[in-house]
Design a protein around this ligand. Structure first.
Ligand code: CIR
Length: 255
């Protein structure tokens, strides 16, 4: 089982209100987003993590979704190459902070694109979603690097969701939170699936941190199912990030 000791987050910038959104969920309230972000950091700390907080970057409205710009493993870090044009420049700013924690840092290069919201770690195996942001070339480069460290990877075709982890979360012990298109995929049938109803699909982006599970506030059925599976729950209100298709996992790098 993985154990995390650290996390990296980036404070939302005022430009957050111009972040990418696939639907008209409304414009985030910046002040409220800041408050929610502070509560999110407290939740990570309550799960035993030491949190590095990066400053806001006004040039990149989506830069608070720091998960997408790097994949962090126990022995290497891989800086991604975001598929969204407006997010490509986010990677420049992550290099310096990662070099404080990692000696082995790699990069994904064009024409490969990948955002780490499309990557789910299950022990030493990495499921990589092929999405509008992540292409096969990016996924193959990622797997090539992971294999240097004895890890493996496989590809999952996404149909509807933005990122793989929009609808999936691995809670260790073979427990997998899943929703929508992922419920019926062959690749996941050997897991104990904790099924999240479509009406609460946003809660399927939750995060396991050292045997606690951080879930978004306001999803009672999902909460009950995860509690019944034996986890301690920490709830955080992330309504302002939901408006930009961002979930709990997107807001941090955990390692
Ligand atoms: C985007 O569209 O890139 C952001 N508005 C949301 C990113 C969410 N990240 C994630 O699911 N890992």
């Amino acid at each position: 089982m993985n154990k995390f000791t650290k996390a990296i987050v980036r404070t939302p910038s005022k430009s957050l209100i111009k972040g990418l959104s696939s639907a008209n969920h409304g414009i985030p309230n910046y002040e409220l987003a800041l408050k929610q972000h502070t509560e999110y950091i407290k939740a990570l700390i309550s799960c035993g993590l030491e949190v590095t907080v990066l400053p806001p970057d006004e040039n990149f409205p989506d830069s608070t979704f720091v998960e997408d710009v790097a994949l962090l493993t126990d022995n290497c870090a891989i800086i991604t190459n975001p598929g969204a044009e407006s997010r490509k420049g986010e990677i420049a700013a992550i290099d310096e902070v990662l070099s404080k924690f990692y000696r082995n840092i790699y990069r994904i290069d064009d024409p490969g694109t990948i955002e780490a919201g499309d990557i789910m770690m299950v022990g030493s195996h990495f499921y990589i979603g092929l999405s509008e942001r992540t292409n096969e070339e990016g996924a193959k480069q990622m797997i090539y690097i992971l294999e240097k460290y004895g890890k493996t990877g496989s590809l999952i075709n996404l149909e509807k969701v933005l990122h793989l982890k929009t609808g999936l979360a691995y809670l260790e012990n073979n427990n997998l939170v899943a929703c929508g298109e992922f419920l019926i995929k062959d690749e996941f049938q050997s897991f104990n699936i904790i099924e999240i109803d479509e009406s609460e699909s946003y809660a399927s982006n939750c995060i396991w941190v050292n045997n606690k599970v951080i879930i978004p506030l306001g999803y009672p059925e999902a909460k009950e199912k995860i509690v019944n599976a034996g986890y301690d729950i920490v709830e955080v209100d992330v309504s302002e990030f939901k408006k930009l298709d961002g979930g709990l996992s997107c807001l941090s790098l955990r390692f």
